[in-house]
Design a protein around this ligand. Sequence first.
Ligand code: G3P
Length: 204
Amino acid sequence: MTTLLLAVAAYLIGSISFAVVVSKVYGLSDPRTYGSGNPGATNVLRSGNKGAAIWTLVGDAFKGWLAVWLVIRFAGQLGVGDGTIALVAIAVFLGHLWPVFFRFEGGKGVATAAGVLLALDIWLGLATLATWLIIAYAFRYSSLAALIAAVFAPLYYGLLFGVEPQLFAVVAMCGLLIWRHAKNIGNLMAGKESRIGSKSKGAT
Ligand code: G3P
């Protein structure tokens, strides 16, 4: 019962779409109506408002971090273990992808996944972020950086901790993240993907 309640709470936290909320606060258009149509920091950046993009990134990462950090921090008091931590990690990520508060029209999960990974383990999160930064710096594609980081994150987890329930959560999360980037993958292969900071359309 506790596990189910925690998973639902995590899903609700994940359902707060910071791209939409922050854009409203800044008086910008709904990010689902321009650019790639994705409610995420990369697309909010296409509005030209860097502050809104940064707050979207921070908010979406923070909610992922918070849900997982809380369950790890209070696992003893709550009487839950690794399986519940893994479920909460997946639930907050699912909330971002299919938010109940926004007609289930969510994002691709990059920032939220980063928050989840940082909460699971700081070195896991930093290694994944470093991977993202290296690819983003080298190629200037946010989506490519996310895709490569999503391939490496489960490998990092396996190397650091071996096979445990959280590894399956990381694999599922990264698999979903890659699947949500199907259009970006098509655009990358066709040479049509927009680069970081460019205001052109990009994938939907
Ligand atoms: O964070 C999402 C990013 O990887 C791709 O975003 O808007 O270019 O589809 P977008």
